[in-house]
Design a protein around this ligand. Sequence first.
Ligand code: FDA
Length: 307
Amino acid sequence: MLQKALLAASRRPGLRRAVVGNPATRRVVDRFVAGETRDDALAAVRALHADGVQVTLDHLGEDITDRSEAVRSRDAYLTLLDGLAPLGLGPAAEVSVKLSAFGQALHGGHDVALELVRPVVEAATAIGTTVTLDMEDHRTVESTLAALAELRKEHPGTGAVLQAMLFRTEDDAKALAVSGSRVRLVKGAYDEPADVAFQRSKDVDAAYLRCLEILMAGPGYPMVGSHDPVIVQRAHELAAQNSRPADSWEVQMLYGIRPDEQRRLAAAGTRVRAYVPYGVDWYAYFMRRLAERPANVRFFLRSLVTK
Ligand code: FDA
C-alpha cells in the first residue's frame, strides 16, 4: 500500500512542490543523489574510483513535456561527457539515460528521442565509454528496445535495462543474451498492472533469478543491478558455474545504497559499478527510492523532525 502510494506520489506535481520545497528533505536526498551540478557528479566519480568502484552517471530528469526540455537533456549529457573526458576513465565511467528525458513520450517521440540521444552515444563512444538506456514503465519497453537495436548497429556497446517484474522479460533476456550485448537486470521500480507484471515480491525475485541464469549462461555482458544479497550471491555462483572471467560481468548498485558492500565486493575482485544520479530534478527518482524500502521512509520522516 505504502509503496503504491509513494509511486503514485512520484508523479503528482502538488506533492512534488511540498517535498522539494522542504529544507529538511535536502539531507535525505543527499544520501541518494550526488549533488546538483556536473562538478558534484565528477567529485563523486573521483571518490568512487579511488575505492575501486566504477560509475554510470544519470543526469536526473524524466517525463519532459516539450522538445526544448529534451534538447536540454541532450546538452546536459554532452557537457557531462566533456567533463568526463579529461579523467580518462574510459568504460569505467559511463552514462545512463532515460529516453523519456529525450522526448520519448512526445508526439512522434520515439524518433525525437532517438535523434537526440544519438549524439550522446556518439560522444560516449568518442571518449571510449558507453551509454545504457534505463527502462521506465512497461509502456516504454517496446520503444526503448527498438531504440537499443538501432543504436547498437553503430555503437554495439550500448546497453539496456530489463525489469524482472514484467512477464515479457524472460523472452527479452533470451533475445538479448547475445555476443556484445550489455544488459542490466533489475527487479523493476514502477507500479505496474497485474496483466503485465508480477505483483508479489517473491514472484519478482524468482523471475529475477530465472532471467539471471539466462544472461549469465549467454555470451553477453550481464550487469546485475541489485542490492539483494541473495541475488548478488547467486550471480557469483552462476559466474563460477559458467566459467566467467571477472571482467565479463558486473554488479551494479545505486549511489548511497550499501556503499560498504560496494567497496567490499570491489576489493574482493568483483567488478562493481555505482549508479550516480545528479541534477536538480531529483523528485521522482527520490520517491522511487523511498518506495523500495520502508527503512528509507523512516529515515526520511526522522529527518523531518530532527534538526
Ligand atoms: P530489494 O529492494 O527488493 O531489496 C532486497 C534486499 O536487498 C533487502 O531485503 C536487503 O537485504 C537488501 N537491501 C536493499 N536495500 C538496502 C539498503 N538500503 N541497505 C541494506 N540492504 C539493502 N529500475 C527500473 O525500473 N529501471 C531502471 O532502469 C533501473 N535502473 C537501476 C540501476 C541500478 C544500478 C540499480 C541497482 C537499480 C535500478 N533500478 C531500476 C531499480 C530496481 O528496479 C529496484 O527497484 C531496486 O534496485 C531495488 O531492488 P533490489 O534488487 O535492490 O532489492
